[in-house]
Design a protein around this ligand. Sequence first.
Ligand SMILES: O=P(O)(O)OC[C@H]1O[C@](O)(COP(=O)(O)O)[C@@H](O)[C@@H]1O
Length: 333
Amino acid sequence: MDRNLALELVRVTEAAALASSKFMGKGDKNGADGAAVEAMRRAFESVNISGEVVIGEGELDEAPMLYIGEKVGKSASDSIEVDIAVDPLDGTTLIAKGLPNVISVIAIGSKGSLLNAPDTYMKKIVVGPGAKGAIDLNKTAEENIIAVSKALGKKTNQMTIAVQDRERHNYIIDAARKLGTRIQMFGDGDVATAIATCFDETGIDMMMGIGGGPEGVITAAAIKCMGGDMQAQIYPLSEQEVNRCYELGFTDEELEKVLTIDDLAKGDNLFFAATGITEGDLLSGVKHIGGNRAKTQSVVMRAKTGTIRFVDAIHSLDKNDILVDLMKKYSIE
Ligand SMILES: O=P(O)(O)OC[C@H]1O[C@](O)(COP(=O)(O)O)[C@@H](O)[C@@H]1O
C-alpha cells in the first residue's frame, strides 16, 4: 500500500467526525452514528482502494453501520485490494451526552491481515512499547500489572491502568487496589483509551478489560503501528453471543485461544487513522469556529515505517459536499 494512502484515510475519519460532531450533546446516539457512517461511506468513494469491510460497527447495539462484506473505495482497475475495519464513531453514548473520548477510526491492511472477529465481547490487555512482551492473558490481572511494572521499571503504585467502568471489571479493580496501582476509569471508548497507552504524556501504562470485539481488531492495528503490545480473547458474555460465534464458524478451541497482536492484525502492511470528535487524552475534539468552519485533529500511522503523524485541519463546512448533503438530510444547521 502506498504511503500517500495515509492522508486519504485522514479525510475519511475527518468526514465522519465533522458529520457526527453536529450531534454532540443532543441525546441522539443513533443520529450521530448514522451521520458518521454515511459520511465515512461517502468519503471512501474517492480513496483509491478496493476495500472490503471485515469489521463493521454497530452490530452489538444494532446501530446503523458500514456492514461486514460491504465494498468501499474507488475500486478502479489500479486500486489495491484491502481489508478494512471501521468504527465511524466509537463512543455513541458519550457523544449523545457531549462527553469526552469520542473518536472516529479506521484500520486498513492487506487482504487477509485483519481478523474477522465476531461482533461479541473480547477480553483485552494493551500496553505501550515499553512493556512489549510483558503481558499474558493466561495470567491474572495482578500478575500482569506486576509484569508490566517490572518492564517499565516502575513500582506498581507508580503505575496507572485504564479500566472501563463496568461491573464485569471488578476483578481488575480489586487487583489494582491490592497493588496500590492508580486506576483511570472511563465510561466508553476503549479504542481511544487503548491508544493512549502508547503515548507517555497520557500517563496511562496499561488498559485491561472486556470490550467490543470489533474495536479490539481496530485497536490491534493501531498498537502494531506504534510498537506496543496487545493480547485478546474472544469473550462471548451470553448464550446468544456464543451462538453468534458458532454461526460465524468459530470453534470452542478458537474461543479459548489467547490471540496475540499478530493474530489480530497480521504483518506490517497496516494503516490506522483516527479523528477526535470530542476532547480526548490524545486528540482534540471537533471545534466549531466562526465563519462556518471547524477544526479537527487526527492521527495517522503506518506499521511498516512506524511513522505517527498528527494532522490539524480547518474545514470550511459550506464547501464540504458530504457535510452539506448530510446536514440537509438531517435538517441540522
Ligand atoms: O458498552 P459495553 O456493552 O460495555 O461495550 C463496550 C464497548 O462499547 C464502547 O465503549 C462504545 O461502543 P459504541 O460506540 O458502539 O457505543 C466501546 O468502546 C467498547 O468496546
